[in-house]
Design a protein. Sequence first.
Length: 435
Amino acid sequence: MHHYYQPEIETASREEILAIQNEKIVKQVKHVYENVPYYRDLMDKKGVKPEDVKSVDDIKKLPFLSKSDLREAYPYGLLATDLKNCVRIHSTSGTTGKRVVAFYTQADVDLWEDCCARAIVAAGGDKGDVVQVSYGYGLFTGGAGLHGGSHKVGCLTLPMSSGNTDRQIQFMMDLNATILCATPSYAAYLGESLAERGYKPEDNKLKAGIFGAEPWTEEMRRSIEQSLGIKAYDIYGLTETSGPGVAFECCEQKGMHINEDHFYAEIIDPDTGEVLPEGSKGELVFTALDKEAFPLLRYRTRDICVLTREKCSCGRTFVKMCKPMGRSDDMLIIRGVNVFPSQIETVLLNEGYTPNYQIVVDRVNNSDTLDIYVELEASQFSDIVSVNQAREKKLAGAMRTMLGIGPAIHLVAPKSIARSEGKAVRVIDKRKLHD
Ligand code: DLL
């Protein structure tokens, strides 16, 4: 038996979804053109008028928006309604440049929470569940989004926010949490912390986890599923499009359904901006079809991804996106070779290490260096130098096979790499400091 939060939409036919999208886009383009001078200028420069957009097929005529537009327009330049109609802001966790501020009307909050509710139901949630929300609450969208979704489903919501791991574990165990929402790196840390306190995976009541906000590999999924004794579901979103819930995983655990009644997705060639056919790998671009306060049209996410319309066994008809294969700006170019941190994570977990690692890239004598610090578990730890050297050599070989370049591996003592409570910082690129 499959469960849906809004079955009539989630299982609608392709024609029905297209009809909804076509109706919404015409209204939305008009709304933006009339209320957002910044975007009106971009449309005028491109020679596109609102009447040129009659269906989602015409979206490709519209200009793109990117993070730099959002920074330029900070704080109110992309606001499409009177501030009096807004009830909330959220903001990106970005560490560089100006923050991005997104605005919400009550209708925007409702729509966003519906999207998160769909994700919770797809992960097996219903009224009887106890949802532990361990994403950060505050400007970050993770806490608020899943919290609102959990209320909509009617679950008992534990608004934990991130951090204070002792308290997380106490509430998880004492209040019988059944669904955990957190970043995958924090979920892994909670799993590790439970084991340290002598709990086995079957001692908790958790059945599912809804994890996202950062890239994580299939190997990481399996590792978390084992340590917590759950099924781990992916969830995707970004502040600019509301937050989590733009796309969510179902019981197939093979890609995330995009909430197409609210978000129209395109894959483009990041260099030319050309729209690519279904199944191609490229940059994910979203158009918010019915957001009122902050309705971005053709927003370039910088996430690299593939879309597929293969039939899904869960019965949902929404298009699926694969796990983002790294952001175009997360890709490291080391001695001319493209390296994604996810490739490194895959090798580490396959070789039996924990997901506690740090990648350091630097430039020494005009040549790039790649150092990977990998933490050993207490049971793996050895103080015999030759044992560690042999391990480092084996791991370096496996990395070279995957990446095409050989890193320097440093096995380090248990607990020496800082744990993350939110988005993990895995990469330190020191070259940026020299530039
Ligand atoms: O991370 C929203 C969110 C909260 C999503 C909780 C899921 C769960 P931002 O902080 O604006 O918003 O960061 C958005 O994070 O462009 C991706 O690069 C990355 N990201 C988000 N979800 C995933 C995921 C939130 N499931 C940026 N897998 C996005 C990989 C993800 N990357």
